[in-house]
Design a protein. Sequence first.
Length: 193
Amino acid sequence: MAKVSIGLRGWRFDEEEVFTDDGEFRSLDDVPEDTRKRLIRLTYLQGKPCDACYLVHGEENKKRCNQAEIVYGEPMEEVLLCSEHEADFLYWFREANGKDAAGTETFRDEFHEWFVAGNRAPEGYGGLEHVDTDPDELPTPPDPAELNRRLNEEYEGERKRIDLRTGEITTVDDDAEEEPLDDVDLGREYPTK
């Protein structure tokens, strides 16, 4: 079973889970849940800046940031990187105990804190060798609007919504009345320890 990266390197998918025998993307309903979550999340991550570049340049100089090419971590706690900063991440992960944060909700934050503190990979620290095999042969993933259109055309009489943060697919009930917010406390006092 061949593994492929789609859109960004890092997350790898079994070809058979994602593509039909004709090389087209499978319907989201035919894709295993974890794979579906990652594919949907990738549509959101496309075109985002490298986390490390963003930490260096900030919002005011966002145009100077490299576009992310690589994704590591779990959906919603992922780290986005350009080729230039991948070695820094790998060094943090391998040598600076970053792997201890793998799979946790603090994964991204811990890398960010390490990077902001001025830590970097030593000069010449090797990254990963990425092999691009026939990248033009892979179909381009649909954009989020296209995903929603395709998802909804398969269901008559009901619309579906994809939460790009969680990958959850829910039915939109157009006839449902909004529940009143009578029991919601909108006061200014916040719980304290």
